[in-house]
Design a protein around this ligand. Structure first.
Ligand code: NAI
Ligand code: MG
Length: 336
């Protein structure tokens, strides 16, 4: 049995983690789930959004499947997602976006894997007030050689291992010459060690346009934290939306698997949430555990349900079903 820390999280978190654990159990995954708490609901209950017991459990078991955690906008406690990624140095945020069968989209044959630096950059929210009247705020973007080398190497290693053709590094080095300039410079150095892989760099605004115009030209993408956050939602939009894109946060000694999406408060508690995104994250977890066959069997069941049981799918991907009808349809296929 493999111990996995399970954090259901906020909003739709409970619904989708229940669906995913049900599917993994139905597929015969030998997992001992260790439920832990974090997020806004935990904060409201205990005054602490990230309890010590949760940190201790992650330190012990090292692998986490996590639902989304709500982060208050403007004031309030700082992101627990960012805190977890930094605390366990989960420097690689890997976010695949691949076209799926029978999902209505103007984009075809998209197959992108985005590597997002996960521990620094503007995204970590290093901010302060300059004046006492709070009329002047500043944000600091940190980029180090060490962290940049790690994420860019992870992207190239992935490309080599999976026989991908091209790595595109996304930056804004024309304006942010020091921070993203350093990131770009290191990309050029590392690319030389992978001569079989084409290396390209693009400025982020052009990249956003290119991804919508002709997404098929992109293969592996590597970028800094905030650009990766934005472009990975964009990439999700190319393949059916946030309901269908999984993700992994991987460091040298721990890994946390979660969807790209957030807690979706607009649909929470209504049985409308699509669990595919978290399920695909869980499949990345199975692959991390070298359970490739099991992951493939579940992925193939998902594809069959999308193709042949569209009515049972959730509304975000054009179905007429609920979280439960979709989960049941996958479990039914897995039971054969
Ligand atoms: P969101 O990703 O929660 O939702 C954006 C839109 O996508 C909504 O219309 C939602 O209904 C839809 N959606 C998302 N997941 C879906 C699913 N599985 N099935 C069907 N539809 C789905 O983004 P939003 O609303 O900007 O953020 C809500 C909260 O989530 C915020 O507090 C934010 O900080 C947090 N968040 C947490 C993340 C994490 O835990 N890793 C990631 C992103 C946001
Ligand atoms: Mg995001």
């Amino acid at each position: 049995m493999q111990n996995i820390v399970l954090i259901p999280g906020d909003g739709i978190g409970k619904e989708i983690t229940e669906a995913v654990t049900t599917i993994l159990d139905a597929a015969g995954a030998k997992i001992n789930w260790i439920p832990c708490e974090a997020g806004e609901a935990t904060f409201k209950k205990t005054g602490n959004p990230l309890p010590d017991e949760t940190i201790t459990a992650i330190e012990k078991h090292r692998i986490v499947l996590k639902g989304p955690l709500t982060t208050p906008v403007g004031a309030g406690f700082r992101s627990i997602n960012v805190a977890l990624r930094q605390k366990f140095n989960l420097y690689s945020n890997i976010r695949p976006a691949k076209s799926l069968p029978n999902i209505d989209s103007p984009f075809r044959a998209v197959d992108i894997v985005l590597f997002r630096e996960n521990t620094q950059g503007l995204y970590i929210g290093k901010e302060h007030w300059v004046d006492e009247e709070k009329k002047h705020a500043e944000s600091i973007a940190v980029v180090t050689r060490d962290a940049s080398e790690k994420i860019i190497t992870a992207a190239f290693e992935y490309a080599r291992k999976n026989k991908r053709q091209k790595v595109t590094l996304v930056h804004k080095a024309n304006i942010l010459k020091l921070t993203t300039g350093l990131f770009l410079e290191i990309g050029g150095e590392i690319a030389k060690k992978y001569p079989e892989i084409e290396f390209q760099d693009l400025i982020v605004d052009n990249m956003a346009m290119q991804m919508v115009l002709r997404p098929q030209q992109f293969d592996v993408i590597v970028t800094t934290n905030l650009f990766g956050d934005i472009l990975s939602d964009l990439a999700s939009g190319l393949v059916g939306g946030l309901g269908v894109t999984g993700a992994a946060n991987i460091g040298d000694t721990a890994a946390m698997f979660e969807a790209v999406h957030g807690s979706a408060p607009d649909i929470a508690g209504q049985g409308k949430a699509n669990p595919t995104a978290l399920l695909f994250s869980a499949l990345m977890m199975l692959e991390y555990l070298d359970e490739y066959k099991l992951a493939e069997r579940i992925r193939s069941a998902v594809y069959t349900v999308l193709q042949d049981h569209k009515n049972e799918c959730t509304a975000d991907i054009g179905g007429e079903g609920t979280t439960k009808t979709y989960t049941d349809a996958i479990c039914e296929l897995l039971s054969y």
